[in-house]
Design a binder for this molecule. Structure first.
Ligand code: CIZ
Ligand code: SF4
Length: 303
């Protein structure tokens, strides 16, 4: 139910354009409140591919809208703020990856979903934080594996799979703000809480966790686990959803500093403008799209 004038106008425009609003788990509460669906990047892209709506308003960061466009080329994918991009995804270009591939010509190339469409076009396999371990485990017969761009996700996956990975010097500038002392402090305040952290966190934080999970898996874990209290080591936006989904449980952010400025660029007002003008559209050129889709499809076959 719309709560104010702006929400009523957004609902009207959604109807007029046959649009759905897809909202990443890290978005502001005011954006989560008007979501048709909330989720991680892959969950949302799958919904984008399945829906009958003609217009997808993607509230997240740029690579996520590109991924939705790759999986649903016939739909119009628009973003409320074209400047909302992922610093980690921006840390590697297609040119960088081509060079790395030349240095390791035998290597199979796996890339995190947090990459541009141009970089995805250079991959053999895509992966997300939900399925990265499964993707690497499926490549048992491959001698050498390149894993880009997140060096901390690479470290976590390498330890889980006991595989040496050729990594890149990328990282999430938000998750690195969560420090081991944050976890230790929160643990002192809440000794019975389970510590769940994202694999984008630094290894010394990951080492202190009860579980290392993507945002979709954190939502599932919080629901299914008997524990009533959780210390959450990921971008702060997820706490809003966790509290709504589990009103009888408590969620404490590991660090108040873990806020992604790009995820917070999207507001209700910008969603209204985007729907009014059907802008900015994110469309991946056909040649790049076809190549990027191969890496995504291979990931989906594994998981
Ligand atoms: O894939 C996503 O949505 C990201 C970047 C994080 C997560 O764990 O959900
Ligand atoms: Fe990128 Fe990190 Fe922000 Fe996610 S939280 S969009 S990985 S910078």
């Amino acid at each position: 139910m719309p709560k104010n004038n702006l929400e009523t106008k957004i609902a009207g425009l959604k109807k007029k354009h046959n649009a759905v609003i897809l909202v990443h788990n890290y978005q502001l509460p005011e954006v989560q409140d008007i979501a048709d669906f909330r989720g991680d990047s892959l969950e949302l892209s799958r919904i984008a591919a399945k829906t009958n709506a003609k217009v997808i308003v993607f509230c997240g960061v740029h690579f996520m809208a590109e991924t939705a466009s790759i999986l649903s080329p016939d739909k119009k994918v628009i973003v409320p703020d074209i400047k909302a991009t992922c610093p980690m995804a921006n840390m590697i270009t297609a040119g960088d990856l081509k060079k790395l591939k030349k240095e390791h010509p035998q290597a199979t190339v796996v890339g995190y979903v947090n990459t541009s469409a141009e970089v995805k076009a250079e991959l053999d396999y895509c992966c997300t934080s939900t399925n990265a371990v499964a993707v690497i485990n499926a490549l048992k017969d491959k001698k050498e594996i390149i894993f880009v761009p997140d060096k901390y996700l690479a470290d976590y996956v390498s330890k889980q799979t006991r595989r040496k990975l050729i990594s890149w010097n990328g990282y999430c500038s938000t998750h690195v703000k969560i420090l081991p002392e944050d976890i230790k402090r929160e643990k002192k305040f809440h000794p019975f809480a389970k510590v769940i952290v994202h694999p984008e966190c630094i290894p010394s934080v990951v080492a202190l966790a009860d579980a290392v999970l993507s945002t979709s898996k954190m939502c599932q874990y919080a629901k299914e686990n008997q524990t009533k209290e959780f210390i959450i080591g990921t971008e702060a936006g997820l706490i809003y959803r966790l509290k709504q989904d589990n009103p009888t449980k408590e969620f404490y952010p590991a660090s108040e500093r873990a806020v992604c400025p790009n995820m917070k660029r999207t507001t209700q007002e910008k969603i209204f403008w985007a729907l009014e003008e059907l802008k900015e559209e994110v469309k991946v050129p056909d040649d790049i799209r076809a190549r990027a889709k191969i890496a995504i499809d291979r990931m989906l076959q594994i998981t």
